[in-house]
Design a protein around this ligand. Structure first.
Ligand SMILES: *Cc1c(COP(=O)(O)O)cnc(C)c1O
Length: 401
């Protein structure tokens, strides 16, 4: 029987476009690795046969060299709120974080601190630590409530004339806290600092207006809500006002002004291409184009509406079904402050996760005691949420019997 909420969901039919949606498996990890689209198999095969196999090295001149920036522009238009020429697809998120952090601190000489929060994603913290050591800077930490995230008051307390860069996540990977990007960006700018936003847990599920919000720099994953496949390359955004001013540390030939001149020394290209380093990973950026096209078709605002409906429903079911067993919602209850996942806390959730994986219910686990329910808006149904959370209840009951 169709779930009452699926029956009235205007985006319900999009689920059929994903591989595996016809099975009874419950997938709660679209925020970690999105399902493939059915269109992706034929696209990959077609690429091998026609473009790679048919065009061979001519492919670079005909299409591939421009592809990272073309997809960057699509991302900007469909989900980032960015005018063309400011985004590109490149390395892993981790490497792009390094490049943008180094570019930013070099762009604010004489300032001694990078501000970030203790619950930011590990790779963000580790890269910042390395950049600080390399450049003789100090990390200034914000302590946060791990069931929420960084507030305007907390940021205002730590920024000042010493701040070179503020590094924050749009959606906190643990709690799903949705940061107030325009307000936090304004506070950093008032102190004269640059801001780098990590959009990994929002890109494709929560819209942004990077240009309108005055964001300086951003990075994001494409294998989570953008369904680009395992290890698909990340994107970066650099505001047009900074493109001539900032330079990045991995100065390779394909980020230089005229790569095929094979000149004696590096001169950075004008525009976003200067943030590229070497040969772009074309094969890795094929699949995500199908998802960007799908989000374009559905509309990112409608995608966000469905996301809010899914997480609100998950909270409602958790309250009625799981709270009696001692499960606590460790995500914001206000949907305006919540991204696309919900974290449910109980001391036995690590064990619950193992039981669920054996039963084809796939959430993931994050300390302390957090079961993360990731709800990819276009591939997740309300029936799936209900069935999955019922299985959580049964697993907990089995473990405590
Ligand atoms: C997933 C994620 C990353 C991953 O970085 P990789 O370089 O792709 O491994 C980084 N930051 C955040 C906030 C994430 O959610």
């Amino acid at each position: 029987m169709t779930h009452r909420l699926d029956a009235t969901d205007p985006l319900a039919s999009y689920r059929d476009r994903f591989v595996g949606a016809e099975t009874s498996l419950v997938y709660f990890d679209g925020n970690s690795l999105g399902r493939p689209l059915r269109a992706t198999g034929p696209r990959l095969a077609g690429f091998v046969e026609e473009e790679w196999g048919g065009r061979l090295i001519r492919g670079w001149d005909e299409r591939w060299l421009e592809l990272p920036q073309r997809i960057g522009d699509d991302l900007g238009r469909v989900l980032l709120g960015a005018a063309p020429g400011q985004a590109t697809i490149g390395d892993s998120t981790t490497v792009l974080l390094y490049k943008l952090m180094r570019a930013a601190v070099a762009g604010r000489p004489g300032r001694s601190e990078i501000v970030l929060d203790r619950d930011n994603f590990p790779t963000d913290r580790y890269v910042a630590d390395g950049v600080a050591r390399e450049c003789g800077l100090t990390l200034r930490w914000i302590d946060v409530d791990v069931t929420a995230g960084v507030t305007a008051e907390q940021l205002a307390e730590v920024v000042g004339p010493q701040t070179a860069l503020v590094v924050l996540s749009h959606v906190a990977y643990r709690s799903a806290w949705l940061a107030d990007v325009p307000e936090l960006t304004r506070i950093a700018h008032e102190a004269g600092a640059l801001v780098l936003w990590d959009l990994c847990h929002s890109a494709g599920s929560v819209p942004t207006s990077l240009d309108a919000w005055g964001v300086d720099l951003a990075v994001g994953c494409t294998y989570k809500y953008l369904n680009g496949g395992p290890g698909a390359p990340a994107f970066c955004y650099v505001a047009s006002s900074l493109l001539d001013e900032l330079t990045q540390p991995i100065q390779g030939w394909l980020g230089s002004v005229d790569p095929f001149l094979m000149g004696p020394s590096y001169v950075p290209a004008p525009g976003i291409r200067r943030f590229q380093s070497g040969t772009p990973p074309i094969v890795g950026m094929l699949a995500l184009q199908d998802m960007v096209a799908l989000i374009d078709e559905a509309g990112i605002e409608a995608v966000r509406e469905k996301s809010v409906a899914l997480t609100s429903y998950a909270v409602e079911v958790a309250d009625s079904l799981l709270a009696p067993a001692g499960v606590v919602v460790a995500s914001p209850r206000d949907p305006a402050r919540r991204g696309g996942h919900v974290t449910l806390q109980h001391p036995l959730m690590r064990e619950v996760t193992s039981v669920l994986w054996e039963r084809d219910v796939i959430p993931d686990y994050r300390d302390p005691g957090g079961l993360r329910i990731g709800l990819s808006p276009l591939s997740t149904s309300f029936a799936e949420v209900e069935r999955g959370l019922e299985m959580v209840r049964a697993a907990l009951a089995g473990l405590t019997a």
